[in-house]
Design a protein around this ligand. Structure first.
Ligand SMILES: Nc1ncnc2c1ncn2[C@@H]1O[C@H](COP(=O)(O)OP(=O)(O)OP(=O)(O)O)[C@@H](O)[C@H]1O
Ligand SMILES: [Mg+2]
Length: 259
């Protein structure tokens, strides 16, 4: 049975229109979006640059508050003042666009992965290191990386550190915002394979935000198409080629549909 783990209901967000820069933009960065993500699926969100993907992700993560609408994550209403967002943040984690920017250049790999354990006072230092090394192994980073710094790593390795940092508190949901776009194709494929493996072994639900329509095709179960902050369509990847589509989806995926 389908079990929604994230429910977004008629959610809107405006950043305000107070500069010449935003003159030609739609008023709402996210405009009346309703969708549900089911437990255990990989749910893609696609749309052109500026369509509102990251804004929507930030609202789902509780980083940004919607102007209107409701968001429920794991049965908790995010806008409910009684919900402890810090508890929630352990259950829903994110990996952002730029693994260069998201890792502290002055801190070692071990420190970055362990940080959340420190913040939440989990275990003593030996236990934290043990948990970190075990997770490093799962993301295929050898122990020798524990004491290294981000500049000593490749882009793919940094991405693995970012993923390990996101998983250290055992979340149920992982939101990945363009996590692989800055990497070249073969490394991108290995990161996607890793995410698929982790999804199965850690029972994760993935929300995957990307521009890359090819990646969506082989990585996601269902995909939401967003334009100017509005949801155009949610399609099933399995039946993508035979189902009818919204005209914008057809336009966006034209080259793929013609294959
Ligand atoms: N902090 C902000 N202040 C003002 N406007 C913003 C802010 N963040 C985003 N916007 C605007 O909101 C709209 C949606 O932006 P958002 O970053 O959510 O799009 P996106 O789909 O993630 O784009 P990209 O694919 O380039 O990452 C854009 O018009 C953007 O310029
Ligand atoms: Mg974005």
């Amino acid at each position: 049975m389908r079990q929604p783990i994230i429910e977004v209901e008629n959610v809107s967000k405006s950043y305000g229109q107070n500069s010449w820069f935003s003159r030609n933009k739609p008023e709402y960065a996210v405009d009346g979006v309703t969708l549900a993500v089911n437990r255990g699926e990989t749910f893609g969100i696609v749309g052109e640059s500026g369509s509102g993907k990251t804004t929507l992700a930030h609202m789902i993560l509780g980083i940004l508050r919607p102007d209107n609408g409701r968001i429920k994550v794991l049965e908790h209403e995010l806008t409910d003042s009684k919900v402890n967002l810090s508890d929630m943040s352990n259950k829903i984690q994110f990996v952002f666009q730029d693994p260069h920017g998201s890792l502290n250049p002055k801190k070692t790999v071990g420190w970055s992965i362990e940080e959340a354990l420190h913040i939440h006072n989990v275990g003593d230092s030996a236990k934290r290191k043990e948990a970190t090394l075990a997770l490093m192994d799962r993301v295929s980073l050898s122990e020798s990386y524990y004491d290294r710094y981000p500049h000593q790593l490749s882009g793919g390795q940094r991405q693995r550190v970012a993923i390990a940092s996101a998983l250290i508190m055992n979340p149920e949901i992982l939101v990945i915002d363009e996590g692989v776009s800055a990497l070249d194709v073969s490394i991108q494929a290995s990161i996607l394979n890793l995410l698929n493996e982790l999804k199965k072994s850690m029972n994760l639900t993935l929300v995957f935000i990307t521009h890359d329509l090819n990646v969506v095709q082989y990585f996601c179960d269902r995909v939401a198409v967003i334009k100017d902050g509005q949801l155009k369509e949610i399609f099933n990847v399995d039946t993508f080629h035979t189902d009818p589509h919204d005209s914008y989806t057809t336009h966006l995926f034209q080259s793929i549909l013609e294959d």
